[in-house]
Design a protein around this ligand. Structure first.
Ligand code: C5P
Length: 222
């Protein structure tokens, strides 16, 4: 099978997946798939249309028909820029709720696989290595302690001028972890053949270096 190469980077919220994915993709000159953004777009579209987060049939139909585009770092829904709107916590929580429905996951499956274009893809999510790209050449599971992930998020929000409480963030992160790991379909867990990287005490640069070393060991060109 001469498939376009894929590196999958799965892990919990706040593990640094997004940043690491962008850096690894830039190194190779490959495409990026931010699968969480797709779940978030569907959540926003459903919210705007008044579809209940339990209406699996309507959500599946919407997932199949969603007019979403990723252009120049922007996320467009029916042509409108929703890059900022999908990042709020309400949309994130709605996304994680509808992501537990098998019909939604199935409805978004092919859309995610369509990102596998030459010369290669780095895919960021929760089930990239276990479900969507089960035949990926390199699978990484990136994690960090809940406290460290909350601390990173806290600094990010504080620097952006928001007033936030660290204990509240630790609680929020724990709740989201529980929802994502506890669900029946495509729960968050490392693939059997994944390289597990704990970034609690590593810098972003060190994480990227490790991933590039694993990629080289697998003969991926860069
Ligand atoms: O990564 P991000 O926080 O943007 O993802 C939002 C939510 O979408 C996650 O909490 C998770 O429930 C869901 N998701 C998923 N599978 C993926 C990516 C995201 O279930 N591959």
């Amino acid at each position: 099978m001469s498939q376009v190469p894929v590196i999958t980077i799965d892990g919990p919220s706040g593990s640094g997946k997004g940043t690491v994915t962008a850096l690894v993709a830039a190194h190779f000159g490959w495409q990026v798939l931010d699968s969480g953004a797709i779940y978030r777009v569907l959540a926003l579209a459903a919210e705007q249309s008044g579809i209940a987060p339990t209406n699996e049939a309507a959500l599946r139909t919407m997932a199949l028909q969603l007019q979403v585009q990723f252009v120049d770092g922007k996320t467009l829904l029916n042509g409108a820029d929703i890059s900022r709107a999908i990042r709020n916590e309400t949309v994130g929580a709605y996304a994680s709720q509808i992501a537990a429905l098998p019909g939604v996951r199935e409805g978004l499956l092919q859309r995610q696989r369509d990102f596998r274009l030459a010369p290669g893809l780095v895919a960021d999510g929760r089930d990239m290595g276990t479900v969507v790209f089960a035949d990926a050449q390199l699978k990484v599971f990136l994690t960090a302690s809940a406290e460290e992930r909350a601390r990173r998020r806290y600094l990010q929000l504080k620097n952006a001028g928001h007033s936030v409480s660290l204990p509240d963030l630790v609680e929020e992160i724990r709740a989201r972890d529980e929802r994502d790991t506890g669900r029946e379909v495509a729960p968050l867990k490392p693939a059997d053949d994944a390289v597990v990287l704990d970034s609690t005490t590593l810098t972003i640069e060190q994480v990227v270096e490790r991933i590039l070393a694993e990629a080289t060991a697998r003969g991926l060109a860069g």
